[in-house]
Ligand binder design. Structure first.
Ligand SMILES: [Zn+2]
Ligand SMILES: [Zn+2]
Length: 182
């Protein structure tokens, strides 16, 4: 899920939880957004590039490399240890931080499940044949061709096309050259 979508959904959740958490609401809200800092730090250390734009471009490739260390704060054992620590120390602040992290991770899980479901149904529709080059490929990748109109439109199949990996890479190269980030 894109960071800007996380910000939007976390803002809605924060508004809903405001009556209970009052001024502490910024704690889970901030941690649910800043969790993605692990991606940025990994990129900075590995690519020796501090540019936020370059990082965004890197993760907007068709299939960015998924390494566990890239998602350190998204790992269940890491968050589990923090949760345990929050319980042992009875720290409300740490508990709220962990709540924000868990909220973010649940959204990612939901997003990945929806995307897998979409990929499966679009693959079936295309009979495992890339609509761009006609090649047979068992696993066509989802490429977004249209920005969702709103959050509810996010998983609309019309927003995607299933392409073979080479055509998917080509599509991203073309979009990059045209200066678009779909
Ligand atoms: Zn193709
Ligand atoms: Zn794509």
């Amino acid at each position: 899920m894109r960071p800007q979508e996380h910000v939007k959904i976390s803002a809605i959740a924060a508004t809903l939880a405001l009556p209970w958490l009052k001024e502490d609401i910024w704690i889970p809200f901030t941690s649910s957004i800043l969790i993605d800092v692990d991606h940025y730090l990994w990129y900075v250390i590995n690519q020796r590039n501090l540019s936020l734009r370059a990082t965004a471009r890197y993760y907007q490739q068709g299939k960015p490399p998924q390494r566990p260390e890239v998602r350190l704060l998204h790992q269940t054992p890491v968050v589990g240890c923090l949760l345990l620590l929050a319980m042992l120390t009875r720290s409300r602040v740490l508990g709220l931080i962990v709540a924000g992290l868990l909220f973010h991770i649940s959204l990612d899980r939901f997003h990945n499940a929806e995307m897998r479901h979409l990929q499966h149904s679009l693959n079936e529709q295309a009979h495992a044949t890339c609509p761009n080059c006609g090649q047979q490929d068992r696993v066509l990748q989802l490429h977004s061709v249209r920005r969702p109109r709103n959050l509810l439109d996010r998983y609309n199949p019309d927003n995607f096309v299933a392409l073979c990996p080479p055509c998917h890479q080509q599509a991203h190269k073309r979009a990059k050259n045209a200066g678009q980030t779909v």
